[in-house]
Design a protein around this ligand. Structure first.
Ligand code: SF4
Length: 213
């Protein structure tokens, strides 16, 4: 009831990720090899296809797996809705999913401004993120942009700069902010966030900042 807006869904967490965000609370997924096969996942979804409206492909980074194309095809054949959660690092896979009309909704992580992207994600994948953003922007697929905020990594003022950056890229709509929770093991060694974003006075009406946590 949480992972796909207004839809009853199940979520598949794909093992592996090409980023290493210190605040990531899924180290077992990021460093793991996975526990069930795609075929087993499909069997499970089929058994729930009359109970659920949709499926969320998440991770880790689900777009790293080429198997998501046949998997998404099979899910769509069951007439279920499909959402993809992505860090935006594999635009080619997103392009394929769009071209084959396999996705209905995307949550795109905007990790950090270009000059902070490598420090936050331990990757040099900002350009890929931007390509994915523009692919979605020019498609008819509804999508949202979201950012996880840890106060030591992304201070409140940076959130405003990131919102401005999205406006400059042409984004219009809601920009979701998720506060780092910090109640579990993380990928990197990271201190507790000393402050959470609770309200923000952001004045550009093109983008509405929504605090989700
Ligand atoms: S938070 Fe970062 S490391 Fe964790 S799954 Fe997402 S992109 Fe990968």
């Amino acid at each position: 009831m949480l992972d796909y807006p207004d839809i009853t869904s199940c979520i598949l967490w794909f093992a592996g990720c090409n980023m290493r965000c210190d605040y990531c609370y899924n180290p077992d997924i990021v460093f793991g090899k996975g526990k069930i096969s795609v075929a087993e996942a499909l069997t499970f979804i089929l058994s729930r296809s009359k109970l659920l409206d949709g499926v969320v492909l998440s991770g880790g980074e689900c777009t790293l797996h080429k198997e998501i194309i046949p998997l998404a095809t099979a899910i769509k054949e069951m007439e279920m809705l499909l959402k993809v959660d992505t860090n935006g690092s594999h635009p080619e896979r997103i392009r394929q999913l769009i071209a084959q009309r396999l996705i209905d909704y995307v949550s795109l992580d905007f990790k950090a401004m270009p000059d902070r992207f490598e420090a936050i994600t331990r990757s040099s994948l900002y350009k890929e993120f931007e390509k994915t953003f523009f692919l979605l922007q020019h498609s008819k697929i509804p999508f949202e942009v979201r950012t996880t905020v840890h106060s030591a990594l992304i201070p409140e003022n940076d959130v405003m700069l990131m919102a401005d950056h999205l406006v400059a890229l042409g984004y219009r709509g809601k920009y979701y902010i998720q506060n780092f929770v910090g109640d579990t093991e993380t990928v990197g060694v990271i201190q507790q966030a000393h402050k959470k974003v609770s309200t923000l006075r952001y004045s550009n009406p093109s983008v509405e900042i929504v605090i989700r946590s």
